[in-house]
Design a protein around this ligand. Sequence first.
Ligand code: ARG
Length: 266
Amino acid sequence: MKKRIWTLLMIVAAFSLVLAGCGTKENTSSSDGGTSEDNGAKKQVYKVGTEATFAPFESVDDKGNIVGIDVDVLQAIADEMDFEVEWNNIGWEPVFQTIKNSETDIGASGITINEERKESFDFTEPYYESQLLIVVKEDSKIKSLADLKDKKISVQINATGHMAAKKLQGEASTNIMAFENQPVAIQEMLNGNVDATIGDNAVIYEYMEANPKAKLKVIKDDAFEKEYYGFMVRKGNEELLKILNEGLQKIKDNGKLKEITGTDFK
Ligand code: ARG
């Protein structure tokens, strides 16, 4: 009798070892060029490009991981559609260039869908609503976008804030200072090198929360149109676009998107 129990135990133990082995994920980075092994099935791995100084959408935490709303939203889509993502913090302009030359598959960087970009890229359905804000020092007299007509403005290069500044002051204006990322643009204003900075609302509010000592004032102006973020793919990459849109629709329907972003967005 004792012997039989032992044999049974051995079998159970052996079995759980096998099961544990199955559950262990192989390294999920796409060393083999776009697929990874998981439970024996090859999963597609998509390369994602981002510029991670854009909290709450993407930033680098103390452990060096890229974290934020975009990471969570794309992961939720990946879970629904059974693919994997490999994040690359490559800088804002490379997000666009690397999609064009197929070095990355997806641009996920709080990217606003607009007509100009749609000429060169394809976008998913939107997942977040945003609007530009003006930020000035607490004691500034600036009250509206119109007040910035001949003031010095800092922006993130080729971001929608940059486009808005050019629309106001003209393409060739020398009063517009364009920087690599949004935090630097804000810092330039704090340093007194420009009168105001323009950036995305959620990111500005997050910055103010993280830097409570910075004496800043935000100005909302409905002259700024509502913007919608989407994930960006190479123009004509319909297969990937379809997968992303299908997953996005699922997480809109099951409430996951709302859970991640905190806003109801259909
Ligand atoms: N939404 C703006 C745009 O699309 C700014 C995005 C900047 N994103 C970033 N991760 N730095 O132009």
